[in-house]
Design a binder for this molecule. Structure first.
Ligand SMILES: NC(=O)C1=CN([C@@H]2O[C@H](COP(=O)(O)OP(=O)(O)OC[C@H]3O[C@@H](n4cnc5c(N)ncnc54)[C@H](OP(=O)(O)O)[C@@H]3O)[C@@H](O)[C@H]2O)C=CC1
Ligand SMILES: O=C(O)C1=NCCCC1
Length: 342
């Protein structure tokens, strides 16, 4: 798939893109439920301008499904294990259908106990993490999620990669606006953005990664071909990445980023790891209205000169996409249509 917006572009509606992606997933070996969930996730990412995890990922999904590495027909097994704990065995399927299956029970528990944890194991997460948390905040809940990925990040102070790019996403409701949401890789840059830079022939900023000799490099290809990424913020990002390995893998029963071996599955791209979500009902926690307090924090942040909150860029892009359609270059659209058999 070409890098985003390199060529003349056309626009598609969210509905048309979702339908096209659903056809692709169905055609390449998923159940209708898995196709529905993944298509919506990926189309929403493209709508919001989250290009490293939008349609750019479709060939990766397709080659992974073709390789037999992931079970596109897996039916997640939801286990109600404790008043505040839900477990899901994703059955070697994708993480998002597992979350969708567990969501009603997770919300019920969070509202009842004030907090609930969801541990997903035996799952593949190949997407942005904000779509997993944002809908909880839309319902007045606070949500935090972590997922580990594949080994490509050198822990701070080490000399070889061990961690994944291990993102953390957080969502909290506001009284008068869309929820506060941030979603960030604990690496200095997401692996997807390195791939996009390599395709475009662009240099990276200093400090993102190292080459095969462990030397700092701005060349994305040197990072992808034998090199590695660095954590963001030195020892601080490295500690957060370690935390993600513990919460997303050790706690859920999933694989650490360094544990799986896809060498017998040529073409497979998705990491077979774990995901943890923590959902809090703020009405049980604070005496004051949480959403009003969020609003006050944002007001104060703007008051000290802040122009952009995490999520602002996405929401702006979302409004544009909904008004004007989602821009896709002709080559990418052609490739998607081909994969859909059109
Ligand atoms: N499934 C997986 O295993 C993995 C998935 N990923 C995904 O990759 C995606 C990209 O991650 P990453 O490259 O770290 O994300 P970015 O560095 O682009 O953005 C991180 C967060 O910071 C916000 N932000 C960025 N710039 C500013 C700014 N100048 N002022 C205020 N807020 C800002 C973003 O908001 P906004 O979105 O509005 O720009 C976003 O919430 C994520 O969606 C992540 O989940 C990453 C690693 C592994
Ligand atoms: O961009 C990344 O980093 C990743 N995205 C999907 C899963 C693997 C890592």
């Amino acid at each position: 798939m070409s890098a985003p917006h390199d060529h003349a572009s056309s626009t598609v509606s969210l509905e048309a893109l979702t339908q096209l992606l659903e056809t692709i997933f169905l055609r390449h070996g998923t159940s209708s439920e898995v196709a529905r969930v993944l298509a919506a996730n990926c189309a929403n990412a493209e709508r919001d301008g989250a290009h490293s995890h939008g349609v750019f990922r479709i060939p990766g999904y397709v080659s992974t499904l073709k390789s037999g590495w992931v079970n596109g027909h897996a039916v997640p097994q939801v286990e109600d294990v404790a008043p505040g704990f839900v477990r899901v065995d994703a059955g070697n399927g994708f993480a998002q259908p597992a979350l969708a299956a567990a969501r009603p029970l997770l919300i019920e528990k969070a509202r009842h106990a004030g907090i609930a944890v969801l541990a997903i194991r035996n799952s593949h997460h190949f997407a942005a993490l904000w779509p997993d948390v944002e809908p909880f905040a839309d319902e007045g809940l606070v949500a935090l999620s972590v997922v580990n990925s594949m080994t490509c990040v050198v822990p701070h102070g080490a000399d070889r990669p061990l961690f994944g790019t291990n993102p953390i996403a957080f969502a909290a409701p506001r009284a008068n606006a869309a929820p506060i949401v941030f979603d960030l890789a604990t690496s200095a840059i997401a692996h997807g953005d390195v791939q996009i830079a390599a395709r475009k022939g662009e240099k990276l900023p200093v400090g993102m990664g190292v080459d095969s000799l462990g030397q700092l490099t701005q060349d994305p290809k040197a990072i992808l071909e034998g090199g590695a990424l660095l954590p963001f913020g030195g020892h601080k990002g490295s500690a957060l990445s370690m935390m993600v390995e513990l919460l997303a893998a050790a706690l859920t029963g999933g694989n650490f980023s360094f544990e799986f071996d896809w060498s017998n599955h040529p073409g497979a791209k998705t990491p077979w790891t774990g995901q943890l979500l923590i959902v809090i009902d703020p009405s049980k926690a604070a005496g004051q209205n949480f959403a009003q307090r969020s609003e006050e924090l944002v007001r104060q942040m703007h008051g000290v000169g802040l122009k952009r909150l995490p999520g602002d860029r996405r929401h702006l892009q979302r409004s544009r996409s909904m008004a004007q359609g989602i821009a896709l270059d002709e080559q990418t659209l052609g490739q998607l249509r081909e994969l859909a058999g059109e």
